[in-house]
Design a protein around this ligand. Sequence first.
Ligand code: SF4
Ligand code: SF4
Length: 131
Amino acid sequence: MILKYLKFLFDKLTAPKYILKGSCKKCGRCCRNIVFFAYDKPIKSISQYEDLRTKNKRLNLFYPSGENDKGEILFTCKSLTPDNRCKHYFFRSMYCRKYPMVKSLVSGKYLTPPDECGYEIVSEKKFEDFL
Ligand code: SF4
Ligand code: SF4
């Protein structure tokens, strides 16, 4: 048990650290292409969304605005203005504050920001540092 814990600690301390590079282009893409998960699965139908909306009022802050090529419903935040600004910028959630430094709920790894995004997630160390 202790060995397992020490290994966990060692892995944690030696794991590569990641940082954000770039800047926000204010395209608003991240506020209008949101996929929500329910019970570890992406929402794929409006009826499922309507059902969940009755249980989780926070879903009312978003509206369904499309579908991606995997059949997942895409949501847009109601706080997004037509000129891609956030109406509630100072009160936005932790998730919004951290984006795009966010991890996949499925793999636990950082999600790659979309091509349009002005940010990229890079390793703090250069490749040569690992040699
Ligand atoms: S609260 Fe603001 S930053 Fe967060 S998704 Fe909505 S518009 Fe975007
Ligand atoms: S997708 Fe990236 S560049 Fe566009 S608004 Fe979001 S953080 Fe900014």
